[in-house]
Design a protein around this ligand. Sequence first.
Ligand code: ZN
Length: 266
Amino acid sequence: MPFARQGHFKASAVVLGSTDYAESDRILTFYTREYGKIRGIARGARRSKRRFVGNLDPLSRISLGFHYNGRSELVRVESAELKGAFAALRADIDRLTSACYLLELVSELTPDAHAAPGVYELLVGFLGLLEAPDGDDPALLRFFEIKLLGALGYLPHLSGCVICKREFIGAQGERVPLKRFCSTRGGVVCAQCSGGTDRLLPISPATARLLSAAYGADVDKLSGIETDAAFLDQSERILDDFIKHQTGKELKTRKFMNKMRSAGSA
Ligand SMILES: [Zn+2]
């Protein structure tokens, strides 16, 4: 736990998840600006509607008050003041699914009780982008993935070959043929190095460059980045594979999205 002592604390938080516990309690996962991901218990949250209203539902951005007793893995939730409900996301099943995917990604990729700089702002910023008129652009999910991976120190190597370390464009302007992406190696692999490397996925230089550009761009500039079908297809495959490699599993929301998509195209 990041708290040096027991006592009462305040944090800016987004509710990542919630499960019922015992007769009337809820166990919650938060991503907080101050302490990273923490888990807490809200006693009586299901019995007394008045105390927390709907403020502890996943997606809610709240000002969280809690108590840490110096021992438990769970903090005790004392207050939850609603700062943002993201109502437009809750009203649209596709956007809600995208938002839940962001919550699950943060929940699965971040360690407990460690605030990685910028992750809270990234999550809140992207939930805002999903609410905007062009928030159904699938590129936003790819941009979130690459920025979150980068913020947590998992950024794949995209500017050149991860094995021989040659850059895309060398010092004399020569072009290294970059062909494939390899999750186990953590980046792009050139044609010469790709022999004997397993699970290679296609990636074009344009896709690699666009992902790097998105990683470096401010959140409010991302909507201006133009993408095409090849980028969407390649970036989804490689980031999906890379995230699976990092988490060791397929995310639940991801499975649901794939199911919805195949139902839609059937
Ligand atoms: Zn190489």
